[in-house]
Each structure stands twice: as C-alpha cells, then as structure tokens.
Design a protein around this ligand. Structure first.
Ligand code: CTP
Length: 404
C-alpha cells in the first residue's frame, strides 16, 4: 500500500449479515490508513456479527443502521450518504443482498442507499459454496455485472461452515487492493507488461553465493501499478521477501541465467518490458558441487568469473521488441552514465535512480533518460513514484494515442 493513496476518497462501506463481518474491521483500518474516509452503514443482520461500536471506533464516524435514523437533518440518509461517496463498497455482500441488488429492492437503509446512488458500486460476496453456486445467485451476479457493478472475488478455500470451495470473502488486504485498483485510471488496459525485479543470487557452492542489496521494492511497486492501470502483468522476481502484488503473475528465479531464460520464454507475449532487477553481471564459471572447505595450509579459494547475459539488451535486440524500459543505479555522474547506458542498451527509456543508496528504502528519486533529453521526477515513496512512472511509460508507447 502506498502512503495515503486513497486520500480524498470517501467510501460508504455497507456491511450485510455474515461471519465475514470480522474481516471488515481490518479492511476499515486499511482504508483509513490509506487516507480514505469511511462511512459505515450496517444492515440489522450485520450488527449480529460485529457491533456498530467497533465499526464506529475503527472508522471514526457514527455508524448508520436504520433508514429512520434521525441524525440526518432532512431524514434522507439514503440520499445524503450516497451523494457524498466516491463509491459504495458492500462487504461482506450476502446471498440475500446480492439478490436484492439484482432486483432493485429497497427495503432497508443499505439497499435503498444502493438504489438511490449516483456513484460506482462494488460488492464483495461472502457465502457458503452451495449458496454461491446456486443458479439463482449466479444469475444475480451475472445481472449485477451486466448492470456495471464491480464484483470483487469471491475467494476459494476453507469456509467458516467447515466446507471447502468458492464463496468465501477475499481477505481484507486483497479487498483493499481491489478497491485501490478500482480508483486508478486504466491507462494500460489491454497491455501486457513483463518485468524483472529484485537481485539475483549467483551460487559459489551449495551454501554460499553472491547477491546484492536490491530489495525488489521498486519492481514490485511498478508491477502493482501496472496491474492497477489495467495491464496483464508477469513479474520475474529474484530472491526477495515481498508479497506478490494482487492480480500479478509471479515467477521466482535465483540466477541471472534463470531470469534471462524466464524472460526470453515469456517475452513474445508481452508489449512492454521493464527491467528493474539488479542483475549480477558475473557468475562463477564452475559452481562447486560441495561446500568449499578451509584447508590445512590456509590456501584462499579462487574463482573464475564469466559474464552473465544482459537480459535487457537481449530483449531490446529482438526483431520485434516490446517497448523496453531500463533502470540504472549509479554511484555517481548519473546524468552522463544514464544516457550512455540507454544508448548502449538500445532502449527508448531508461530510468536512473539517484544513487544506489535508494536500495531497500521506501523513497526514491529518478531521472528519465530518452532521446529527446532528461527529465527529473520529484522524490516520492516508491509506490507513488511507480504510478507516476507507469503514466510516463503509457504516454510514450508507440501507439499511445490508441489508448483512451
Ligand atoms: N540488466 C539486465 N541484465 C544484466 C544487467 C543489467 O537486464 N545482465 C538491466 C537491469 O535490469 C537494468 C539495466 O540493465 O534495467 C541497467 O542495469 P545496470 O546494472 O545499471 O547496468 P549494467 O549493464 O550492469 O552496467 P554497469 O554495471 O556496468 O553499470
């Protein structure tokens, strides 16, 4: 999650009856932490699972449960609450509530609010697998989609009732990701983006190896931003301790050669390639098949290195290359080395990190190098910067004018 990425967004969070109500406590915390204001409205059934007091404490606002609530001066809670919202999110959305929505039934505050809305509606279903698979539920969900309502999930797995299958609510983090994604402009809709991220690990023997301090944060943030911009995203990741961004296809590799092979296999299907990984330039020629031991005569081990393939340059050299974007971390003189590296790798755009000291940090500052010159972007946290970079890349695509 980027700091404050939902600042200025006002959400009505509608809760209906279901055991998944407990997940909404955490979801509310994630939404408010990201800067959103959250107005909770609960059905009578939802209050059986979690109290309005809990939801009020977490959202920092009084909770509405009845359409006869006298706190709204004009007594029109169903109109007033939805008019202020950038979106209504129904989570958990019960079988019954989906059916009501599909038929335009307005018999309590929350359902009336949905029918009276003039903002987008997102529903996060949560129910037993038989209830989800029931033809009536499936019909209702198809109708909701046809009506332009976003259906997030459901997930699959163990259910509160002890059964296993489709229908359980997305986890709070995944629900948060889907909501955050909803608000991003779809500037890469229909595009396919392949990225590399993180360090590589070049073994010396079965227990030792050479790696670098890349955390993978920038590459993962870019993968998340590309996914949120509507692209299909494939992330080839070196060894990092980061969660896979929601909706991103991740392939884990260790060595530069494995990263190269994974990229070259996938690249024909992609129209944008972003090389963010800090790829090791060299590997040892002969990896020892046993742990290298100290010897009695204290002789130091020696290694012969060979050069690793340059993944970015190999992709850029293809007969029909995707739009290629490189990254560069230099320890000095970025203005000169950045442009020189862009030309050497034959890529239209190279993003220069202002100093390798950004490795592992949450903030970054970059310069964009391209044939027409260099542009500096303001310092920002890596996720905010990732959204800005995705916008810069989208603008530079050869057929960018085809994208709305
Ligand atoms: N890169 C790559 N394969 C390599 C080395 C680098 O794909 N074997 C990519 C990186 O992912 C990055 C860009 O090339 O997008 C620049 O990486 P960098 O390490 O800065 O450049 P090098 O070519 O290794 O140059 P040098 O280390 O000499 O500065």
């Amino acid at each position: 999650m980027a700091t404050a990425e939902l600042t200025g967004k006002h959400l009505v969070l509608g809760m209906t009856g279901g055991i998944a109500c407990y997940k909404i406590a955490e979801l509310t915390r994630l939404l408010t932490k990201a800067g959103a204001t959250v107005q909770v409205a609960m059905t009578e059934a939802a209050t059986q699972f979690i109290t309005p007091v809990t939801m009020q404490a977490l959202s920092g606002r009084p909770v509405y449960t009845s359409q006869w609530d006298a706190r709204i001066p004009n007594n029109m809670a169903h109109i007033d609450l939805s008019r202020e919202a950038d979106a209504i999110v129904i989570a958990p959305a019960s079988t019954d509530f989906l059916a009501k929505l599909a038929h335009g039934i307005a018999d309590d505050l929350l359902s009336t609010l949905c029918v009276a809305r003039d903002c987008p509606l997102l529903v996060v279903p949560a129910m037993n697998r038989q209830m989800w698979m029931n033809p009536a539920t499936q019909r209702n969900v198809a109708q909701l989609r046809a009506d332009g309502i976003e259906v997030l999930g459901p997930d699959s797995g163990a259910q509160a009732c002890g059964e296993v299958g489709d229908g359980r609510m997305l986890e709070p983090e995944a629900t948060y990701e889907a909501i955050a994604s909803f608000f991003q402009p779809k500037i890469l809709a229909g595009r396919r983006v392949l990225l590399t991220a993180g360090p590589t690990f070049e073994p010396l023997d079965p227990v030792r190896g050479i790696t670098n301090r890349s955390s993978g944060k920038m590459g993962f943030a870019l993968a998340r931003a590309a996914q949120q911009a509507g692209a299909d995203v494939h992330l080839v990741a070196g060894p990092v301790a980061l969660d896979t961004p929601w909706g991103v296809l991740r392939e884990d590799v260790q060595t530069a050669q494995q990263m190269h092979d994974a990229v070259m296999r996938a690249v024909p299907d992609y129209d944008i390639f972003i090389g963010v990984a800090a790829v090791a330039d060299w590997r040892v020629d002969q990896v020892s098949d046993h742990k290298i031991k100290k010897t009695a005569d204290k002789a130091l081990p020696t290694f012969t290195f060979v050069e690793n393939p340059d993944i970015l340059a190999s992709v850029a050299k293809l007969p029909h290359p995707p739009f290629c974007v490189g990254f560069a971390a230099e320890s000095g003189n970025l203005e000169v080395h950045g442009e020189e590296k862009r030309v050497r790798k034959s890529v239209p755009l190279l993003i220069g990190n202002l100093g390798p000291q950004t490795f592992g940090l949450d903030d970054n500052e970059v310069i964009l190098f391209e044939a027409k010159g260099a542009t500096r972007l303001p310092r920002a946290d890596k996720q905010t910067l990732a959204h800005a970079l995705i916008a810069e890349i989208a603008r530079r695509l050869p057929d960018a004018s085809l994208i709305s």
